[in-house]
Design a protein around this ligand. Structure first.
Ligand code: ADP
Ligand code: TRP
Length: 324
C-alpha cells in the first residue's frame, strides 16, 4: 500500500528560503518516490488567525500554489489544493476538539510564542493545532513532512487521534512526522528563525533587487575585514551551506578563519548561489503569474480528489461517534 504524505503551508506571506529548505523541498522531492502519494494544501483557514485582509488572503493563497508549481510540483504526481475546498475539515475539527484537553493546547510553544509577541489570544489561535490535526487525520495521512518547528503540532495530532481511537475504536491513522535531521531551523536575516511574521525573510520570488537587499541585510558581528572569523556562528555561512558543495563550504570556512575575508564577500557568494538556484524557476513563476485561471483549475481538480477522501473519513467518524 502506498504511504500518504500530507503537508500544509499557510498563505500568510510570500514564501521564503526557510519554507523552501524546511518543507517545500522535501514536499516536491516526495512526488517522485515510488510508494508515496502526496497531498499538499494551502492552509487558508489557518491563515485567518493572522491575516484579515480578504484580497491579500486570496492573492497569497494563489501565490503559494504558483510557487510550488514554479519550483517543480507536478499536479499529475502530487495534489495541491486549498484547505477551504474541503470544508469537511471544520466538522472534523469540532469533533476532535471535544476530545482535546485544554492543557494540551496550552502547552503549545507556537501559541505561547504568538502571545509573547503581543498577538491577541482568540479561540482560533488557541484551537489552531486541532484544525491542523483534522487536516492530517481527514486524509488518513501516514507521513507529515514539516520543518522542525512543527514537531509539537504533530505530537498533538497523534495524541488527539489516539484519544479518538481509544474512545470510539481504531479508525484514525496515527501519523508520523517526517523531519529532515540535516535541516535545522533556518535562520532569518536577523538570526532568529526565518519567518514571515518576524519580517526577517529572504523571499523566493521577490525581484532580483529585493533578493540582493535581503541578503545584504543579514546581520553579522562587527569584526573588521582583516580579522579571522568563526563561520559556524555566522548566519551568512549557515545559509550558504545549504546551496554549496562540500568543497565550496570548506573553502569558505577556511577563508573566514584566515582573515582578510569580509562578510560582504560572503554575502555576495551567497547571493550568487541563490541567483543560480532561482533563475531557472523564475520563468515558470512568471508563466503562472500570467495564467491565474490555469492555477485555479489545478487547485479545483486536486481539491475535488482530496475532498472525496475527506468525505469518506468524516462519514466514518460521524458513524463512529453516533451523529445522525
Ligand atoms: P512562517 O514561520 O514564515 O509563518 P510557516 O509557519 O507558514 O512559516 O511554515 C511553513 C512550513 O515551512 C512549515 O513546515 C515550517 O516548519 C517550515 N518553516 C518555516 N520557517 C522555517 C524555518 N525558518 N526553518 C525551517 N523550516 C521552516
Ligand atoms: N501549521 C503549519 C505551519 O504553520 C501549517 C499546517 C496547517 C500544516 N495544517 C497542517 C502542516 C497539516 C502539516 C500538516 O507550518
Amino acid at each position: 500500500m502506498k504511504k500518504r504524505v500530507l503537508s500544509g503551508i499557510q498563505p500568510s506571506g510570500r514564501l521564503h528560503l526557510g519554507n523552501y529548505l524546511g518543507a517545500m523541498k522535501q514536499h516536491i522531492a516526495a512526488q517522485d518516490v515510488a510508494d508515496r502519494e502526496c497531498y499538499y494544501f494551502i492552509a487558508n483557514y489557518h491563515s485567518l488567525t493572522s491575516l484579515r485582509d480578504r484580497d491579500q488572503l486570496r492573492e497569497l493563497s494563489i501565490d503559494v500554489a504558483r510557487t510550488y508549481l514554479a519550483l517543480g510540483l507536478d499536479p499529475q504526481k502530487a495534489l495541491i489544493f486549498l484547505q477551504s475546498h474541503v470544508p469537511e475539515v471544520c466538522e472534523l475539527t469540532w469533533i476532535l476538539s471535544t476530545l482535546t484537553p485544554m492543557g494540551l493546547l496550552q502547552r503549545c510553544t507556537s501559541y505561547k510564542d504568538k502571545l509573547a509577541k503581543g498577538i491577541p489570544a482568540d479561540h482560533g489561535l488557541f484551537a489552531y493545532p486541532v484544525l491542523q490535526a483534522a487536516d492530517i487525520l481527514i486524509y488518513n495521512s501516514h507521513l507529515v513532512p514539516v520543518g522542525a518547528d512543527q514537531k509539537q503540532h504533530i505530537e498533538v495530532c497523534r495524541d488527539i487521534a489516539q484519544r479518538f481511537n481509544q474512545t470510539y475504536g481504531e479508525l484514525l491513522v496515527i501519523p508520523d512526522p517526517d523531519i529532515r535531521p540535516d535541516v535545522a531551523v533556518i535562520p532569518g536575516t536577523d538570526g532568529q528563525k526565518m519567518s514571515k511574521s518576524y519580517k526577517n525573510t529572504i523571499d523566493l520570488f521577490g525581484t532580483p533587487k529585493q533578493l540582493k537587499s535581503q541578503v545584504m541585510s543579514i546581520v553579522t558581528d562587527s569584526k573588521g575585514l582583516e580579522e579571522p572569523k568563526d563561520p559556524d556562528t555566522c548566519h551568512v555561512y549557515n545559509l550558504y551551506k545549504y546551496f554549496a558543495t562540500d568543497a565550496e563550504q570548506t573553502e569558505m570556512a577556511a577563508r573566514y578563519r584566515a582573515g582578510g575575508y569580509g562578510y560582504g564577500h560572503a554575502k555576495l557568494a551567497l547571493l550568487e548561489k541563490l541567483e543560480s538556484f532561482l533563475q531557472p524557476h523564475r520563468d515558470r513563476y512568471q508563466y503562472f503569474l500570467d495564467r491565474p485561471d490555469e492555477v485555479m483549475d489545478i487547485l479545483q481538480t486536486c481539491g475535488q480528489k482530496a475532498r472525496a477522501v475527506a468525505r469518506e473519513t468524516v462519514n466514518n467518524v460521524r458513524n463512529a461517534v453516533g451523529l445522525i
